[in-house]
Design a protein. Structure first.
Length: 331
């Protein structure tokens, strides 16, 4: 009887609410800084991953609060300067940073909270920007100004909401109009709006010559047995098949991830007005290293079945301007 009551109570419990995100936001570095490494949370809380995003910057550059809040930490952790701003439902983190304001200071969106230090991205300075709700890591790009949340375009929404006071309705309408205007019309390098163009029109080639066995989209995960986003395109190539660079670029990361196995990220720079990054996952091994320049068609590694994988295949992922997209909308 008691067990039945507990089961009924558990079923009746409401789902956890999504985070309430700040309404007015700012990039933590001036302008619209390039995203050099995207959000890649680990499959397990204790696993390897990237629990924030890296933004390209320069040593000494002002670091700005992404939203209004209160500085809850300003000091050194694990040998590097860290600043944390509490926004109520969520908090943002910034490192490596030398703080310029003490704990307890109220700050507004875009207000300077520190200066960028060296040490996070090797010889290239960058800011590691994080977003947390409790102990859960979220994608900080959800706070990027004038951008929809990471799951809202083409995926049916992410389940999170921003609450706005009535006094800001006019501003919100303007933001919605700007967001709608950029869907299907992407700013080019020259500053004018150009159509994205059909898939395959950007000069990218498939990294392997194999059939697509699982497309981008929601599905039942074959290992975790949960219904979740399949965040890339799977090619059913045999183990040992050479993986070729689909476009020229620079290797920005190469490491092992519990879920993705051996993975490699290739930064293609700006192509047709978009900053493009590709990732190759589950490989047996890679033959290039971080910092290497590769040309289109160059072999960068070999297909495998490492990480959460049920068989030999290549899992291809793509980010445009730091936001994950269906690779087949670009390739």
């Amino acid at each position: 009887m008691l067990l039945t009551a507990l089961v009924v109570a558990a079923r009746a419990a409401p789902a956890a609410a999504g985070p309430i995100l700040p309404s007015e936001t700012s990039w933590p570095l001036s302008g619209s800084p390039p995203v050099t490494r995207g959000f890649d949370p680990p499959a397990e809380k204790w696993g390897a991953g990237h629990r924030g995003v890296d933004l390209s910057g320069s040593v000494g550059a002002p670091v700005l609060a992404a939203a209004a809040g209160t500085i809850s930490y300003a000091g050194v952790l694990a040998g590097r300067g860290v600043v944390v701003v509490d926004h109520g439902s969520v908090r943002t983190t910034y490192e490596p940073v030398t703080a310029v304001l003490p704990v307890g200071t109220r700050v507004s969106a875009g207000q300077q909270i520190g200066t960028l230090d060296a040490g996070h991205c090797g010889q290239d300075a960058c800011l590691h920007w994080g977003l947390k709700q409790g102990e859960t890591y979220l994608d900080p790009l959800r706070l990027a100004p004038d951008q929809a949340s990471s799951g809202s375009v083409g995926s049916g929404g992410s389940g999170e909401y921003r609450l706005y006071p009535a006094s800001e309705r006019a501003v919100v309408r303007q933001r919605v109009q700007r967001r709608q205007s950029v869907v299907g019309a992407i700013p080019s390098g020259g500053g004018t709006d150009q159509p994205l163009g059909p898939a395959g029109s950007h000069g990218f080639s498939y990294p392997v010559a194999a059939a697509i066995t699982s497309p981008y989209g929601m599905r039942l995960h074959p290992v975790l047995h949960v219904y979740k986003l399949h965040d890339g395109t799977d090619f059913g190539a045999t183990c040992g098949t050479p993986i070729r660079a689909p476009y020229a670029g620079t290797v920005s990361a190469a490491y092992f991830n519990t879920g993705y196995g051996n993975r490699l990220l290739l930064d293609h720079g700006v192509v047709d007005g978009r900053r493009v990054v590709s990732a190759f996952n589950h490989a047996t091994s890679y033959r290039v290293a971080v910092g290497d320049q590769v040309s289109q068609g160059e072999v960068v590694g070999y297909v495998g079945s490492t990480g959460y994988s049920t068989g030999c295949h290549l899992h291809l992922m793509v980010w445009l301007d730091g936001r994950m997209v269906d690779p087949m909308t670009w390739y």
